[in-house]
Design a protein around this ligand. Structure first.
Ligand SMILES: C[S@@+](CC[C@H](N)C(=O)[O-])C[C@H]1O[C@@H](n2cnc3c(N)ncnc32)[C@H](O)[C@@H]1O
Length: 278
């Protein structure tokens, strides 16, 4: 567990992931029925962009730093939530989800790293709508699903430190969708390993969900590997299962605007692939 999201908070992947998360949550808020958000890899909840880690990471200026002055109806709520986190701060997924809960909605968040968990508890703990678990996400997904009420969203946002993270994701989410096939799921992954992504997409196409969409947003040309064979992240991926009504129609406009703000001119265009639609 070496990964610390504080080095990456507010980067382009966070912007894309959280802008989509807010659209999914707003769709759940359209109905007067309570929902549950399960955030399997929650992080610490709130990040200091002026702190040492964020400065050393140096990623947010090319992420949330490029969103200043953006005015677009599909980004308005996300940007105003970021603004409400305070000057020099960037909110994580559990903070964003909590900010949108109504009195009967719930958030269940898991975080395995002890220090990240302690920080998460300090940030979100004192709220009866929120349950925090210091437990392994992959094990928790099996135990926590299906939730009560059976309406809501699962965000799966691993650190991708372990070499078999794609396989673990496929296995755990494959089991989760069998237990709860009508939930909305949003899975984040780095766009580096084309074979691993193709395998995840093939699995998702066979899962018992109504719809599976793969979103891809490059922000630059694919970089050459460094001397250790590692590539910097140039594109962010999201797999959405059962996206709510209307999302597939608005997603092109959302990705278009995000790419306009976040990407260099040499980036390949964003893509949305329908992996399954029944
Ligand atoms: C990419 S960060 C999450 C960021 C957060 N979802 C957000 O959007 O603000 C991944 C987090 O997962 C935690 N983590 C890593 N392995 C885990 C596991 N097996 N179970 C639960 N959390 C884990 C890491 O400590 C890290 O805080």
């Amino acid at each position: 567990l070496n990964y610390r999201h504080a080095f990456h908070a507010g980067n382009f992947s966070d912007v894309v992931k959280h802008a989509v998360l807010v659209r999914l949550l707003l769709a759940l808020l359209r109905k007067d029925k309570p929902f549950v958000v399960i955030d399997s890899h929650a992080g610490r909840g709130l990040y200091d962009l002026t702190g040492e880690e964020a400065q050393r990471g140096g990623e947010w200026p090319r992420g949330i730093g490029r969103m200043a002055g953006t005015a677009h109806p599909l980004l308005e709520d996300y940007l105003s939530l970021v603004h409400s986190a305070g000057e020099g701060r960037y909110p994580g997924s559990p903070w964003i989800a909590r900010a949108l809960l109504r009195p009967d909605d719930r958030l269940i968040a898991c975080e395995l790293h002890p220090e990240e968990f302690a920080a998460l508890r300090r940030t979100l703990g004192a709220d009866r709508r929120v349950s925090l678990h210091a437990r392994d996400a992959w094990e928790a997904l099996g135990a926590l699903l299906p939730p009560t009420p059976r309406r809501g969203l699962v965000l799966v946002d691993p650190a991708f430190e372990a070499p078999d993270e794609f396989a673990r994701m496929e296995q755990a989410v494959g089991r989760a969708v069998r237990r709860w096939p009508t939930g909305i799921y949003a899975l984040w992954y780095p766009e580096k390993n084309a074979a691993a992504i193709a395998q995840l997409h093939a699995a998702a196409a066979a899962w018992p969900v109504a719809e599976a969409l793969a979103l891809s947003l490059p922000v630059g040309a694919r970089p050459e590997p460094d001397r250790f064979g590692r590539r910097a992240l140039h594109a962010t991926g999201l797999l959405l299962l059962n996206p709510p009504y209307g999302f597939a129609e608005e997603a092109p406009m959302l990705l278009d605007r995000l790419q306009t703000r976040l990407a260099e001119p040499d980036a390949a265009p964003w893509r949305i692939e329908v992996l399954r639609r029944s």
